[in-house]
Write a protein that binds this ligand. Structure first.
Ligand code: NAD
Length: 328
């Protein structure tokens, strides 16, 4: 991809210590733009490479105002309270999920208006905004952008994301802020957490397979017939950079259309490992029955489609997690 930014370009990455933020900064670095990263923490697995990096709590408006003492050309708003199915669907984290992410977004938009921000503000939404009733059949699922309404997300995480989409869109309408919004669909790859309770299915399955000994059994939540699509991180960053440079100011899917059942994903990872393992389906949080990206809009408007197939991305992710586990 062309170098989209130059050394005069000032980029702010919020959520810079997270999975997508870390990968985004790696991609931006060779473009020589000036990168400011902000997060509650440093990246989990590598040294940060931003030009400046601040540990700040974006729920705190005073801390957010400090970050906005400078001007930026592009802001990537990736900071959110989030996690995999175990974190989002247990119900135990609903208040935190809604409160934390809402506060972050309200503070950012308030600061952007106060500072008369003239650049482009990206907000990371999610496929979790799509209505549950369109995702009940494991063969057929509807995640066309226009199907978001009438709304019926299956988690508070999804409701908060939908509210935030509307919040950013309202600020665009009333304060003339230039926004971009992507609905990410299950992004995976290196730098993503793979243990601790907030990890997602691809990383969790890799960890279980890596830790299992020849002939052992790995546990998979649900009956394993629930289906999803997964997008490799490099493709996600390509699409994100295309979007931020485009004039598209309404929510758009960034995902893969390669649907797979969770049991088949587990079989794929077992194949990658070369081990002989068994799968046992156990009770656990699964989310909707099926979900896959609908890429018609992004193909038409941004001429983008994923280039890494699932197995290639899973092999790279598996090898990366294996190395991290070996180091411990
Ligand atoms: P992540 O959890 O790895 O990164 C989010 C980062 O935000 C974390 O580093 C976290 O410390 C930071 N953060 C949370 N609260 C904060 C606060 N109060 N102040 C400062 N920083 C704070 O998640 P990710 O996978 O990198 O996702 C990035 C964004 O994309 C999130 O908004 C997420 O909801 C969205 N998204 C991701 C996926 C996916 O599959 N990864 C799918 C849909 C949407």
């Amino acid at each position: 991809m062309d170098l989209l930014f130059n050394k005069k370009t000032k980029v702010l990455v919020l959520g810079a210590g997270g999975f997508i933020g870390t990968n985004l900064i790696k991609r931006l670095k060779p473009m020589n733009c000036h990168i400011t990263g902000v997060d509650l923490k440093y990246p989990d697995f590598s040294e940060h490479i931003a030009d400046e990096y601040f540990i700040n709590d974006l729920r705190n408006s005073t801390e957010v105002d400090l970050i906005f003492n400078k001007t930026y050309d592009y802001i990537f708003q990736l900071a959110a309270d989030m996690g995999g199915a175990g974190y989002v669907f247990s119900g135990k984290n609903d208040a935190d999920l809604m409160y934390n992410s809402s506060m972050i977004n309200l503070n950012i938009l308030n600061a952007v208006v106060k500072k008369e921000f003239k650049g482009v503000l990206f907000y990371a939404s999610s496929a979790c905004i799509y209505p549950e009733h369109n995702q009940t059949d494991s063969e057929n699922t509807n995640c066309e952008e226009s199907s978001a309404y009438p709304a019926n997300p299956d988690s508070e995480y999804g409701w908060e994301k939908l509210y935030a989409e509307r919040l950013y869109t309202s600020f665009k309408r009333n304060y003339n802020i230039s926004i971009r919004i992507a609905r990410f669909h299950n992004i995976f790859g290196p730098e993503g957490i793979f243990e601790g309770g907030k990890e997602k299915a691809p990383a969790a399955i890799c960890r279980k397979v890596i830790k299992a000994k020849e002939g052992e059994t790995i546990e998979i939540w649900g009956d394993g017939m629930q289906t999803r699509s997964f997008l490799y991180i490099d493709d996600c960053i390509d699409a994100l950079l295309k979007l931020i440079k485009s004039p598209v100011e309404y929510p758009i899917n960034i995902g893969s259309e390669e649907m797979i059942s969770i049991n088949d994903l587990a079989k794929m990872v077992i194949g990658i490992s070369g081990k002989k393992l068994h799968i046992k389906n156990i009770e656990g949080f699964q989310g909707v029955r099926s979900r896959s990206s609908d890429n018609r809009m992004i193909e038409k408007l941004l001429h983008w489609q994923p280039t890494n197939n699932l197995e290639v991305g899973m092999k790279t992710t598996y090898d990366w997690i294996q190395k991290k586990i070996d180091l411990n």
